[in-house]
Design a protein around this ligand. Structure first.
Ligand SMILES: [Zn+2]
Length: 301
């Protein structure tokens, strides 16, 4: 399960000591953990053969996202996972988090997105049932309601049986899978949440240095071909470390692609690795865009 690009960006910001969007980062991290947990439960308990689509961003009269779609020849399940570690109430058609009212109604959003996915499904084959399922995955969250919304709710306690007893349809045939994937791809769009990246003048404010890829501590020892964490003893090849910092610069300064230079990677890594070595590994792994002033790299997609 890949992290979305905004989560990756905010984690880099936090690591470099310039994070201001703490709540946003916490929400995205919690959401990601919930989705990862769902995938784990699914893999552990599923007995039937469904096509499993994750984190689907699509444009159908507006951009929407769904965490998962499970697809069989007779039924599609549109699944949204909520990892709420709080008291969540649904009263008089309104949502409350720890008794604070929210302007957003997550159930209406869910029903809208399911309607759009139903239209997509019906364009592929007739007589398909498309149903919304909201999963409240956090074992510490509490959900209280005065009337149930018109969709299936699965709590942490029900999740194992929900997955275990999914209807066992005949599996999709290859040509059906291809047709479904082609149609989903037709509507697919990139991650669409709006967030602003750093600007070149922010570079001086970043904490510089190399941190461990495993535990995150800025305590690595440099060897000839690798770096090793003094704290958790994880080793990483120098090439992987350098590329990781290239990706980090690309994420932080995404609006300024020409910012991904040997010099900037050298500085971000705390001037601990020679520019020659950095240049060699960036050149092997990324594409060099020559420029008379300062050449830069782009990451191959
Ligand atoms: Zn470590």
């Amino acid at each position: 399960m890949e992290k979305n690009i905004e989560l990756v960006f905010l984690e880099y910001k936090e690591k470099r000591g310039v994070l201001t969007e703490t709540n946003r980062l916490n929400n995205l991290q919690r959401g990601y953990e919930g989705e990862r947990e769902f995938v784990k439960w699914y893999n552990d308990y599923v007995n039937s053969d469904w096509l499993f689509i994750e984190d689907y961003w699509f444009d159908y009269e507006g951009v929407m996202q769904t965490d998962f779609i499970l697809i069989s020849p007779k039924q599609w399940l549109v699944i949204d996972v909520k990892n709420y570690d709080c008291l969540f109430e649904y009263r008089n058609g309104k949502c409350y988090y720890n008794q604070k009212p929210s302007k957003k109604n997550i159930f209406n959003t869910m029903i809208d997105r399911t309607d759009c996915i139903r239209s997509i499904a019906e364009s592929i084959y007739y007589n398909v049932k498309v149903d919304p399922v909201m999963v409240f995955i956090n074992p510490h969250g509490k959900f209280i309601y005065d009337q149930l919304p018109a969709l299936q709710i699965v709590t942490h306690n029900d999740l194992r049986d929900f997955i275990k007893y999914l209807p066992n349809h005949t599996p999709l045939q290859n040509w059906q899978t291809t047709k479904i994937q082609n149609t989903l791809n037709k509507y697919r769009t990139d991650y669409n949440a709006k967030f602003s990246r750093l600007q070149p003048q922010d570079f001086s404010r970043l904490n510089k240095g190399i941190y461990c890829n495993h535990c995150g501590k800025f305590e690595v020892e440099r060897g000839r071909y690798s770096v090793k964490c003094k704290h958790c003893h994880t080793s990483e090849s120098l090439e992987a470390t350098i590329c990781r910092h290239g990706h980090e610069l690309n994420s932080l300064f995404h609006d300024n692609p020409e910012f991904l230079t040997t010099q900037n990677v050298f500085e971000l890594m705390g001037q601990e690795i020679s520019k020659r070595t950095i240049k060699r590994h960036l050149g092997t792994n990324f594409t060099l865009i020559p420029k008379s002033q300062l050449s830069y790299y782009v990451i191959n997609s």
